[in-house]
Ligand binder design. Structure first.
Ligand SMILES: *Cc1c(COP(=O)(O)O)cnc(C)c1O
Length: 451
């Protein structure tokens, strides 16, 4: 085999037969190894200066390409961003109880659609409904794939080809190209906008109600706040108007808050129970935002509304799988004991960690690194996931000085990848969103990125 890459590149056959590559075939299918060899040769051809120089180097290069090819596409990362509910990082990590429930149900058969008392066919919709009734005060509940699906389903059931009245101040974009006006239109409802961007009054709604009005929609603004010369109409006032006119009020609550988070310093967002108590006919929310469970959409409401939504043929295409139901039921069960929910639901535990807990952790990691470029700084974390948009949560981060762009990129390319934030020319790794169990791995991860 030629060793001078400038003269000639080795053939696939020669590499496959070489002592450093042949053993790879013991654990990996032939076609996969051949593909890795081809890609390594192509890379060497494209960058001759970086081409492997001898058989050993070719073995290492092919092994590295192969390891890359065998990596799952979806894999765990460390979240150093300080954004607890980060949609790009999979939103809420699950509680141990939820993970155990998934494993139990995934490993075998289950009573997903079977009534164990009668032996007759049952409904998957029963599994979380009782807990949701208990925790929110709603008469009934339905679980679908995500919050957006819940919204489409509610609108399509109640306002197809008819008018749905919504404030201009609530025609928001939630992120990932989810825009309330688009979703309303796709659901078949005709959007009737009332008020202005900053101010909407009860009379605006009142005057918009016409023969073809099917519902009033209230959307939680979620990811931004308005301040200054502003006015909007609360859910309770809208519910009274709806009751007066015999219309349903659909309230898109977004984050899925189930308990008061004042004990951990977060106030001002309505809980699902508040929204139901205010008189909404239907409340929709996500399972994987503040609720801290799996991706899901939760639709709460009166028995009559939920029955109608469940009977909509579209409900079949948004139906949720057994793993989601298992994880959601286990997560909801934790809320029966709110202090336990705050402790065991990872998103809530991360939001509730104190600076006094975070600082010693950061200092231990910094001490282990013993680098003049790594220090501990005060920083500000956020909730994310469209909840408490203005909350500034005091937090603590490792601050890394140096070529910030490059260090951030190397952390992201690491194993495991670590997502950090760049601020004022430094790389910040916020300890609030790092699990304490991962602290031990941090020094090696950071060292590899700054080396
Ligand atoms: C997040 C959010 C949605 C979308 O929920 P998904 O579960 O992401 O589909 C809809 N409405 C509001 C107000 C939200 O905050």
């Amino acid at each position: 085999m030629p060793t001078d890459a400038r003269r000639a590149l080795p053939s696939v056959t020669a590499l496959l037969a070489s002592d450093s590559i042949r053993p790879l075939l013991e654990h990996t299918p032939h076609s996969v190894v051949v593909d890795a060899i081809r890609r390594t040769i192509d890379a060497a051809r494209a960058r001759p200066a970086a081409a492997p120089r001898d058989e050993h180097a070719w073995g290492e290069a092919v092994s590295a390409t192969l390891a890359d090819a065998l990596q799952p596409s979806l894999r765990p990362v460390l979240n150093g961003t300080g954004v607890v509910l980060h949609t790009n990082l999979g939103r809420a990590p699950l509680a141990p109880a939820a993970i155990e429930a998934i494993v139990r149900v995934a490993s075998g058969f289950s009573n997903l659609e079977l009534n164990l008392d009668t032996g007759a066919r049952g409904s998957r919709h029963v599994h979380c409904a009782a807990l949701l009734r208990e925790l929110t005060g709603a008469e009934d509940a339905l679980v679908v794939n995500n919050g957006a699906a819940g919204m489409v389903l509610a609108l399509n059931t109640l306002a197809d080809q008819r008018d749905a009245v919504v404030s201009r101040g609530e025609l928001v974009e939630i992120g990932g190209s989810f825009r309330i006006p688009d979703i309303m239109q796709k659901s078949g409802a005709r959007l009737v906008e009332v008020g202005t961007t900053n101010r909407t009054h009860l009379d605006d709604y009142r005057h918009a109600i016409a023969a073809d009005t099917a519902a009033i929609v209230k959307v939680h603004r979620s990811n931004f706040a308005v301040a200054g010369f502003v006015a909007d109409v609360g859910a309770a006032e809208l519910a009274s108007l709806c009751a007066e006119r015999g219309l349903p009020l659909i309230h898109d609550l977004g984050s899925g808050l189930l308990i008061d988070l004042a004990p951990i310093g977060l106030t001002g967002e309505p809980t699902a129970r508040d929204a139901i108590r205010a008189g909404a006919s239907v409340v929709t929310m996500s399972g994987d935002k503040l609720l801290g469970g799996p991706q899901a959409g939760i639709v709460l409401g009166s028995a009559r509304m939920i029955a109608a939504i469940r009977a909509n043929p579209l409900a079949r295409s948004y139906r949720v799988d057994k793993l989601t139901l298992a994880a959601l039921e286990a997560t909801l069960a934790l809320y029966r004991d709110p202090p336990r929910a705050l402790r065991e639901i990872p998103a809530l535990a991360q939001l509730g960690a104190t600076v006094g807990e975070l600082r010693p952790r950061a200092e231990r990691v910094a001490a282990a690194l013993a680098s003049a470029n790594v220090g501990v700084v005060d920083t500000v974390a956020s909730v994310g996931g469209g909840a408490f948009p203005t909350a500034q949560i005091p937090s603590v981060a490792l601050a890394i000085a140096g070529d910030a762009t490059r260090i951030e990129q190397r952390l992201r390319a690491g194993d495991p990848p670590l997502l950090a934030r760049v601020a004022e020319g430094r790389v910040l790794i916020d300890l609030r969103t790092i699990f304490p169990a991962d602290d031990e791995r941090l020094p090696a991860i950071v060292r590899a990125a700054i080396a």
